[in-house]
Design a binder for this molecule. Structure first.
Ligand SMILES: Cc1cc2nc3c(=O)[nH]c(=O)nc-3n(C[C@H](O)[C@H](O)[C@H](O)COP(=O)(O)OP(=O)(O)OC[C@H]3O[C@@H](n4cnc5c(N)ncnc54)[C@H](O)[C@@H]3O)c2cc1C
Length: 742
């Protein structure tokens, strides 16, 4: 009496006729609108009366948005498995995780041979399918760095590159009837997909028994394998009920091209069946839920109680071995190997995730929003990540006061795009891919900084999940001490789930990229620093330099924004910069601020290793510092050197008004190198020039950095609040104010 506990799903089985090629597409779209979970197509590549199924699936995926797509089933003998794997992962990526792989060993061998395929006996077909599954899974294993080598009798690959990594664990469902195929399902596949019309009474139970036996022998849990069935329109709800609760069928696929039949099934049979199965399962106490393979279970991290992941988070949690793991393990700057990534979708779920973290006090805990943290502390090794990327809404709260509510998972390019139609912008950073959560809890030094201040200076209130799981608001009037703390040291106090900002009116801006011969490095730095000190606030300027390349002169690039749409004013502001040194290249444009923030690289984060970067705030570019910076650049230990203008509106705010205390600095410096100890030695030697530290650009984990970032009065207040809001120091991953004094 198997009931494998799979949630009930429903699909359609549409004829891929080429006579009127739009018909199967329209039926797929109808299936989606009727609420079916899946649309499937038979695959007979030798049949001119049918559309090519891959092409049709791609077309259908592009025309739909929620329904999953599969072949029913894909003809393997005419499709090389490595290509099938890559095509499947690609379609899964393009469709946002909606592709499933129904696969068959092949039939109609005359037709296959006629198309150039190799004729196989039934037994050979099963062996070939088994090898193909190894190839497909090998290609999908994007976490594995070694090229794929499979040496089979029917399919071999010799050094194939892996990936891309699909959005979800694409299940492999096999169309099967005979014991050898059923045993293969038990050993290697994720689903059994027979057609009811071909089964005699007792076949389903016998098939299940064969699959379950083979699965158990292979060390698998039979519940890993979904049972699907193709049915005709004549199958009634009683028979379906029996299939679901007695044979463990989790997916029912209705074969029909008749819209009326599809609609009746969706409106009458599905709700009726769901209700009956739900009631029966409740009375039997059958527990459903996600079942992971033995292989994935073997990769679990000791010390994490995976079974206690809250139900609301379990379905989307990612563990080592899950196909989506490579997409979430690392950040922009750092490679990671977390034991579990929790991906809450609501504030309440964040609170549940925090509860799970509290139950694992000895494990590393990282909070992640956009994953661009410079120090890379939004990933870890063997610990828990709470990733709030899905909390990414942006909504205007009040047009008149320009209040905007933004989720921590939004990226700054999204924010800029959402505000642009209102003629507004929020001072943020220089890269649109950075997340709101990390930046808006630390500072926010961007291209509008001198005129509009730090991002945190626009914060009006925030919703925070504290270490004890409570959800509180911090603002000038509610929990004002917490509001003070999260503007500069937010990572220490909880997880911000929503920010409310007052944004500014910003029209088009002047956007200049000027490249200079900076052979006279120290002189150039000094002159640029003086020009910025003297410039009106509407100019913000970021300077980038690197090492000398061979005999070429050292080059400096200035990325500058003039917050004005008056071209004369823009030229006037830029003129003193253009005269700093011989100009090698220049580009000046009048552009919307949002177009500057559109500089985003698509894709997931695949950082590797540990980032090595140092940072400091500085009042002025003194001749002494300029010379020291030139020596540093000449050392060969720095491959990236950037100085950003700060000052202006940032300095209007009192140093004790927020936890970000470096208000007197006019510049923020960041360097990246390849060797931590050697860079530290050089950078530590410059300490006398510095007046503070902006944590967002620092990677050094030594406790001295806490004192650099927070002057004594700020630090002692932060520590007092830390004791109050997070006494067990749960949130300790990122510049932990509770660290002992050096
Ligand atoms: C390419 C690049 C460009 C950058 N440009 C700028 C810039 O122009 N100006 C600037 O100021 N900074 C800049 N930064 C630094 C950036 O602001 C910080 O690294 C910031 O923390 C990134 O935010 P995130 O949400 O993307 O990062 P994440 O890696 O997700 O988070 C970083 C840290 O912030 C904390 N955190 C994240 N989300 C939350 C939350 N919801 N609640 C509480 N704490 C949270 C966590 O401790 C986490 O470790 C840049 C970084 C990169 C990599």
């Amino acid at each position: 009496m198997p009931d494998y506990g799979h949630p009930l799903l429903f699909g359609t089985f549409i004829t891929p006729t080429s006579t009127t090629p739009t018909v199967p597409v329209e039926l797929a779209m109808l299936s989606e609108s009727l609420g079916f979970d899946l649309v499937t197509f038979q695959d007979h590549p030798y049949q001119p009366g049918f559309l090519d199924t891959w092409t049709l699936m791609v077309w259908v995926a592009a025309r739909t948005s929620t329904i999953h797509v599969s072949a029913n089933v894909l003809n393997l003998p005419l499709r090389p498995p490595a290509v099938v794997a890559r095509a499947a992962a690609s379609l899964d990526l393009l469709s946002g995780g909606r592709f499933e792989l129904g696969l068959g060993a092949g039939a109609f061998w005359d037709a296959i041979e006629a198309m150039g395929g190799r004729r196989l006996t039934a037994g050979q077909g099963v062996d070939a399918l088994s090898e193909a599954i190894d190839v497909i899974r090998g290609i999908w294993d994007a976490d594995e760095r070694a090229p794929l080598r499979v040496s089979g009798e029917y399919y071999s690959v010799n050094g194939a590159k892996r990936g891309p990594s699909a959005v979800h664990d694409i299940p492999i469902w096999l169309g099967a009837l005979k014991p050898r195929m059923l045993r293969l399902i038990g050993r290697k596949a994720d689903g059994w997909l027979p057609s009811l019309a071909y089964l005699k009474p007792g076949d389903f139970a016998a098939g299940n028994a064969t699959i379950d036996g083979a699965a158990t022998d292979a060390g698998r849990d039979p519940r890993e394998i979904r049972r699907l069935v193709n049915i005709g329109p004549d199958v009634g709800v009683e028979e379906l009920f029996d299939l679901a609760v007695e044979q463990g069928v989790g997916t029912v696929i209705l074969a029909s091209d008749d819209p009326v039949v599809l609609q009746r099934f969706a409106e009458e049979t599905i709700p009726d069946l769901r209700e009956r199965v739900f009631t029966e399962r409740a009375s039997r106490g059958t527990v459903g839920g996600r079942v992971r393979s033995a292989e994935v279970l073997a990769r679990r991290t000791p010390g994490i109680d995976y079974d206690s992941v809250p139900a609301s988070l379990a379905a989307t949690a990612v563990e080592p071995g899950d196909s989506g793991y490579s997409r979430v393990r690392s950040t922009y700057m750092r490679g990671g190997s977390p034991g579990i990534v929790l991906r809450p979708m609501t504030t309440a779920e964040v609170a549940e995730a925090v509860g799970f973290a509290r139950a694992h006090p000895d494990l590393p805990l990282s909070t992640r929003s956009g994953g661009h943290g410079f120090s890379g502390r939004s990933t870890n090794a063997g610990g828990i990540i709470i990733d709030v990327k899905k909390l990414n809404t942006i909504e205007v709260v009040d047009e008149v006061t320009r209040r905007v509510r933004i989720g921590p998972g939004a990226r700054w390019t999204d924010v800029a795009n959402a505000l642009a139609p209102h003629g507004w912008a929020l001072s943020s950073g220089d890269y649109g891919g950075v997340g709101v959560g990390g930046l808006a809890t630390a500072g926010g030094v961007g291209y509008l900084v001198r005129e509009h201040g730090l991002t945190i200076d626009h914060l009006v209130s925030a919703e925070i999940v504290l270490a004890d799981g409570s959800i509180v608001t911090a603002s000038g009037s509610e929990n004002p001490d917490l509001f003070w703390a999260i503007r500069g040291a937010g990572a220490n106090f909880g997880i911000v789930t929503s920010f409310e900002f007052e944004v500014d009116v910003v029209g088009d801006v002047g956007w200049a990229q000027l490249t200079f011969d900076a052979s006279d490095t120290a002189g150039f730095l000094e002159r640029w620093g003086a020009a910025i000190d003297a410039a009106p606030r509407d100019l913000s300027s970021f300077l980038i330099m690197g090492p000398r390349r061979g005999s070429d002169p050292r080059v400096a690039t200035l990325m500058s924004v003039v917050d004005s749409d008056d071209s004369d004013a823009i030229i006037e502001r830029l003129q003193p910069l253009a005269e700093l040194a011989p100009l090698l290249q220049q580009s000046v444009q009048l552009v919307p601020y949002a177009s500057i923030m559109a500089n985003v690289q698509p894709g997931d984060h695949h950082g590797q290793g540990e980032p090595v970067g140092r940072s400091a705030l500085i009042e002025h570019i003194t001749p002494e510092f300029a010379l020291a910076a030139e020596r540093l650049l000449d050392s060969g230990e720095v491959y990236w050197f950037q100085i950003r203008s700060v000052g202006g509106a940032v300095s209007d705010v009192a140093a004790d008004a927020t936890a970000y205390a470096g208000r007197s600095a006019n510049f923020s410096i960041v360097v990246l190198g390849g060797h931590r100890d050697r860079l530290n030695e050089l950078w530590d030697g410059l300490h006398e020039h510095f007046s503070g530290l902006y944590t967002s650009f620092e990677t050094d984990p030594r406790p001295e950095r806490i004192q650099d970032a927070f002057p004594p009065a700020t630090l002692s207040r932060l520590r007092e609040l830390k004791t109050r809001y997070d006494p067990a120091n749960l949130f300790r991953d990122n510049f932990n104010v509770a660290l002992a004094d050096a």
